[in-house]
Design a protein around this ligand. Sequence first.
Ligand SMILES: [Zn+2]
Ligand SMILES: [Zn+2]
Length: 156
Amino acid sequence: MRAGPALRRRSELTRDSLSWFGPGAALRTAARRAASCVECGQALRSRRTPYCSRGCRWRFHGRYFWDAARRVVLRRDHYTCQACGLRSRKSALDVDHIREIAVGGAPLDYDNLQTLCRPCHRAKTSRFLRDRRGSRAAPLPSAPDPRSEGPEWFPA
Ligand SMILES: [Zn+2]
Ligand SMILES: [Zn+2]
C-alpha cells in the first residue's frame, strides 16, 4: 500500500510529539527497555526506537496524539462523511467521537472515532446537547474509565 501524505510528513510528527502525554511516553520507554515493539510486542532489532515498523509507529501515535489519530481516521474513512456520504477535503471534515467523551466515550479509540462533514457534526453535537438537557435524570458515569483520560485540550 502506498504511504499516505501523512506518513511522509516527518516534521508534522515531530511537532505532534510536543503534545505527547504521560501514559504513552511511559509505555514507549518500557518497550525500548524490553526491546519489544510497543504496539505489537514483536522483538526489536535495536533499542533506538520502540516501534518494529512504520505501521506500528503510526498506529501507536494515533492512539496518543490527537493530530495523528485524526489523520488515521480521515484516511480510514476515505475522507467521506460517515453520516451523509459527502466526500470532501481534509479541512472541511471533522473527526467525531461516536459516543461523546462527556458520557464516557473513549477519546482515543479508533472504534469510537468517525469522519463527519461540518454540518453533520454540528447537527450531531446539537442533538446530543438537546438530548442531554432533556434527560437530566439520567445518571452520568460516576467514575471515568481511566483509559479515557485525555489531556484537557482534547476536542469533544
Ligand atoms: Zn510492531
Ligand atoms: Zn455529512
